[in-house]
Design a binder for this molecule. Structure first.
Ligand code: FES
Length: 169
């Protein structure tokens, strides 16, 4: 009899231990799912995009894609713009089309065409056609020592282009 009670107690305790382990595991999984998944160098982080010398080598009028980081670096007369590739209409990915007629005076070719509803943006991210309500959003560009940083965690909306938006490096 005493042996039966002990066995019962053992089974009850074992059940509580198993329940405790499962609860702890699910708690760990829940905390892990709540923590940011941003990896160094990925979208949403502060990204080192190159040295000041490397960025200065990009000519005025050039648009350089940073596909994984979801922006284009556009060199305009007043500096550099990090243009978020997300269309300001309904959020489609906007590709850079280097062979299309330009909508700005910096070069004869190149513009952004949204494939969803036809919005057209120039090198400044300014809208020239279609339903997009404002220019492409931008990310802050910082110079830290000899490095150029783009903060893809800080989206900046704008209603037009001004020279102060472009960063000199
Ligand atoms: S999502 Fe780009 S024009 Fe509609």
């Amino acid at each position: 009899m005493a042996e039966g009670v002990n066995r019962r107690e053992f089974l009850v305790r074992a059940g509580w231990i198993v329940a405790g382990v499962l609860a702890a595991e699910s708690g760990v999984a829940m905390v892990a799912s709540m923590s940011p998944k941003i990896q160094p160098g990925s979208f949403g982080a502060r990204l080192n995009i190159g040295s000041v010398d490397e960025i200065r080598a990009i000519p005025v009028g050039a648009v350089v894609p940073f596909a994984e980081q979801r922006f284009f670096l556009s060199h305009v007369e007043s500096g550099y713009l990090a243009l978020y590739r997300r269309c300001t209409h309904l959020g489609c990915v906007v590709p850079w089309l280097p062979d299309e007629a330009s909508e700005d005076g910096l070069a004869q070719r190149g513009r952004f065409n949204c494939p969803c509803h036809g919005s057209v943006f120039d090198r400044y991210g300014v809208v020239h056609a279609g339903p997009a309500p404002r220019p492409l959003d931008i990310f802050p560009i910082l110079v830290e020592g000899k490095d150029v940083i783009v903060d893809t965690g800080a989206i900046v909306q704008r209603s037009s282009f001004s020279d102060s938006q472009a960063k000199k490096v």
